[in-house]
Design a protein. Sequence first.
Length: 435
Amino acid sequence: MKYASIAFVLSLLLSPSRAEVTPALPLASATSINEIEEGYVKLVLAMGHHDPDYVDAYYGPQEWKKPEKKPLDEIAREATRLREQLAKISEPADELERLRRSYLTKQLSALEARVRILKGEHLKFDEESQALYDAVAPTFPETHFQEILARLEPKLPGEGPLLQRYENWRRAFVISKDKLDTVFQLAIKACRARTHAHIKLPPDENFSVEYVTNKPWGGYNWYKGNYRSVIQVNTDLPIYIDRAIDLAAHEGYPGHHVYNALLEKNLVRDRGWVEFSVYALFSPQSLIAEGTANFGREVAFTKPERLAFEKEVLWPAAGIDPSRVVEFYEVQDLVKKLGYATNEAARRYLSGDINAAAAAAWLQKYALMDEKRAKQATKFIEKYRSYVINYNLGEDMVRSYIEKRGGTENQPEQRWREFEELLASPRLPGDIRSD
């Protein structure tokens, strides 16, 4: 995701054996976090029987791959019991242990909320995002987007509506399908080199790339364990030149692939915290995953570095006029400010204020999406609902957290250090939120 997850992923290449993790006692006698982790993992896997999108990745003990089928009510009761047991455990002295306890508590709470949703409980958009992702996105009036669109008007002169002028203008920046893999591989190579220069990754980490169709997302990382990922790129719609680095960084380096590899290395293998071998998609973890993946683009490339690399390498490889790089990003930087329009469309649609057609029309008007792209985005909203906040709000929260700790663009080494620490830790939205 990820610009996506998403399916019941229980395949794995090489999983840690039971000997590598702390064995759990029966739930009734659990007295420590180590004794609760198995129950959590099995509950997440059990949710996969009811919600095929819930388990985004799993690479834990093989004998847990086929969990006992449980009714939703039983899953909820067991989640509540585990959470109550966690509350009775003394506050750990070690910071990471405290974060781990908080992580499990919030993940279990989100699991309980997901059960309620699957059983038919209707939550308002903000209530749902708070329950599942421990965060609420700001609300913006239409005037906010109108002001941004007004700033775009003089940059896209010509006849017709702004959306039409925008689409006509950016046709010149499409990567042709016959050059897509070449351009994407160049972007991956650059993102990987920059990441490896700052973050020590397992020597055998890697991923493969697949090009797919008929998906509600633009790109997706399927983490398989053993430091391996499969990254899928959706080619249903035209792919523009800026998406090369966006996807390479978001799905790969230093985004989802690095995030999952560091969790596996630092927490699952080194510490034996088996709860991190499963990724529950509809949980607070996703805000950190998507937020770091989006912000990772700025960590890997400062704006001047990105413009220079694209002008010298990517645009010539794509056969696109490199003299228009600055012009292109002057427009795209403004278009990115329309990102929260997706949240507003989702908020209105999921609350019942507008229907799917009206949501797509909103996205065309305020997010400058063409008809096909707006319909794809509406399908994403229908499937993943309030998950949309994890991209824009997640990015903003991660950026604020890292910059307040000294990781500014002017301090790139500190930015990389803070970014790596966040990736390799059990921190969730509540741990990085600025109050």
